[in-house]
Each structure stands twice: as structure tokens, then as C-alpha cells.
Design a protein around this ligand. Sequence first.
Ligand SMILES: Cc1ncc(COP(=O)(O)O)c(C=O)c1O
Length: 451
Amino acid sequence: MSRPSWVKGGPRVIKKIPGPKAKELVARDERVMSPSYTRAEPIAAEEGWGCYVRDLDGNVLLDLSSGMFVLNYGYSHPRIIRAVVRQAKKLTHFAGTDFYYPAQVELAERLVRITPGDFPKRVYFGNSGAEAVEAAFKCARWHTRRPRMLAFTGAFHGRTFGAMSLSSTNVLHHRYFSPLVPGVTHLPYPYCYRCPFGQSYPGCGFLCVEFIKDYLKKVVPPEEVAAVIAEPIQGNSGYIIPPPGYFQLIKELCDEHGWLFIVDEVQTGLGRSGKMFAIEHWGVVPDIVCVAKALSCGIAPIGAIIAKAEVMDWEPGAHASTFGGNLVACAAAIEGLKILEEENLVKRAAELGEMALKRLRELEENSRIVGEVRGMGLMLAVEIVKDKRTKVHGVKERDMIVGEALNRGLIVFRGGNASIRIAPPLIISRRELDLGLDLFEESLREVEKKC
Ligand SMILES: Cc1ncc(COP(=O)(O)O)c(C=O)c1O
């Protein structure tokens, strides 16, 4: 599939978004679709290529959200399309829960190779990020025979019952769904810009970890805990990055009490953070890794957990799903992992990310409303405040910036209370990234003028 002609002129808004065709679709959607989706922007897509998506009204948008952090290789990567067509022509389905096919095993072998830890591992395939988390939760209980889980405030792990019970981004996710899965305790996540203990790193002496130790004496018997689950960088909360040394201390607690350490790399995994897995920034080896989003290449749903072989010791029938690791999804995922390796995209994410972070930090210095810029690799966040001293969330300002960006043909995505996430496909060119950051800066300046 060669570069389509509509990409050539770059981002452009011909008809104000939503244009007439998008409006019509939104009206039809509202009549028949579940209102539970959180549609933030009225973008109705027609086709995509590379980092660009064209909407129904002919607007061309530069997507710095990678289709919600899924398209690490961009829209319609020709190699992935070819791999999928090849597989689909041969065989689209053969129940992997009950029989065998090579693509599942090949993908598992590749995942085992790239996840941290020099020990035998096993892979379970599901259909989504939430299902990967669900599998990790069940696997941890099964292996340890312990009932409790420790998770973090601000975490997002998905919306199925187990994953939802481990999450705590927003009460809206829990409201009226009780009783949740019992046995989950949330610990404060180290959000240093807004430290829940009023401290500043590095002078804090990791009071947040000391708090956990104290909590274990008073609230949670440690010998009842199966596992700790953490996003190494919290995604939906706006790319919150724990300080150096943090996960090493959490892992020490895990080792002391016999807890498994589960990392949810659904958003951070497969190169996005400038390492294959974000937990590698802390040099900590987890027992179970959850992946999804980028693994799918945006083709067919897939999620997976990669666990220490001795941990994934459940018996036949304990867990499975008809479509988990289906043939077409596996074919896409295998090709995606080849591209990641052959095109050196992990290194590329680190290098481009560093350049973008430098630019955004300059913006932070020169802006009244940028409270903090943070990021690792190509997962960057800009937290908007009304006032840098008081740090009051600039929710309206943040929403206005996202809207201004859209008016200029740029997709960036909300995160947390008042942050904006910038997470382009890892195949983005330096020129495209610069252009995106120019448009972002213009949008921010426009809002600053108005506020
Ligand atoms: C870190 C993390 N875990 C789990 C999920 C849930 O994934 P899915 O929407 O595929 O169920 C998400 C989705 O945003 C996520 O960001």
C-alpha cells in the first residue's frame, strides 16, 4: 500500500470539526450505540496512513495519540496489512483454546524473548488489556492461594470486574457496580508533582513507601497478599512517572513478603517509553507482564500476559477464551514485533522522545499555564494549571488546548485531571513530530491569550 495522495498536503482542516458528515454519523451513533463510551472529540474516521487519519469530511489530522496508544507502527503499515492478508487467505480461525497452530506459539516465543527476566516463561492470550489484567489477577491468586491484591490510586487497568476493581482513576468507573471484586487495597502512587505527602523528591526519604510499610502493619496482613499490580508509568492518569528507585523498593517489599510483582504494560509496553518495557527504566524484573494495545497493531484485538513459568502453573480449564490469540491477531502482532526490531523503533522512541521532551520543557518555562512536562520516550504529558504556584488544575484550559489543536488538524489526548498526552506512532518522522509540536505550541499560545 503506497502513500495515498491525501497525506501529501499534511494536516488540514477543510470543514470545521465536526463537519456535516461527522455530525450526521454522531447523530446516528447516539440513537443506537451505548452511551457508556467516553467520546471526547467528534472525529469520525474514514481512512488512515502512517501518522495521519482522514475524517469523513476530508479533514486530514496528524494523530499524536496513535489511535489511543495502539498504533505504534502507524495506520495501515504495509507490512502488517500484507501479513494479515497472507494469514487470512490461509486460515482465519482454529480454536486455540482446544487445538494448536504455529502463529500462537511463534508469538509466545517472541514475547518470552523480549520480556525482562532470564528464566523460563509462559504466555496466556486474551483479547484486550482488561482481559490481560484479569488473567494476571486470576493467575496470581491461583499460584499464591492468597486472596488480596495491592494496586495504586490513579491506576487504570480496564473495565471488566477484576480490572475495574484494581483501577482507581475515577469513581465514575466504579459507581453503581458494587460489589467489586473483594480483597483489593489501593496504595498512594508516587505522583511527585502533587505528592500526596507534601514532599519533594529526592529529599522525601520515600515517605510513600514508608506509608505502605506502616499500612501493612495496620490494615493489610502481608501474608494474605497475592500480588502488587502497577503501571510503571500511569497512562490514563496523565503519564505519571515514579521517581528513580521507587520500583526497586516495591520489589524489595514483594520479595520480603512473597508477593508477585505484576506490571501492566498495556499502554507503556513494546517500545513506547524508549525501552521495550517501561519497568526496565527501573531495572526491576516483574513476575507477570500484561500487554495489549500496541501488540494488536490496531488490526484485531489481542492481549497477553507473560509470566514466570513457575508462576503460570494453573491447571487445564482454569482460564481460556475462544478468540484469545486468534490467527489474524497473532499474524499482525508477529509482524509488528519484527518491524519494532528491524526498524530499531525502541531506540528511535527514546531519541525522538528526548528531543520532544526538551522542546516541551522550554514551553513549560515560558508558559503561565504549563505546570509540569514529563515523559519517557514517546509518551509525553503536559499538565495544565490555572496558576503555577497554586497548581489548581486547568481543566477548562486543557480542554481548550485540545480543541484548538483539533482546529489545526492535530490530535492530542486528555489524561488525568488536566493533562494532555502526546504519544505519536514510533514510526513518526522527525519532521512530522516537529510539525505536531509546532501546532501544539500554537494551540497552547492561543489559549494563553484567551485566559
Ligand atoms: C494501562 C492499561 N491497562 C489496561 C487497559 C485496558 O485495556 P482495554 O481497553 O484493551 O481493555 C488500558 C486501556 O486504556 C490501559 O491503559
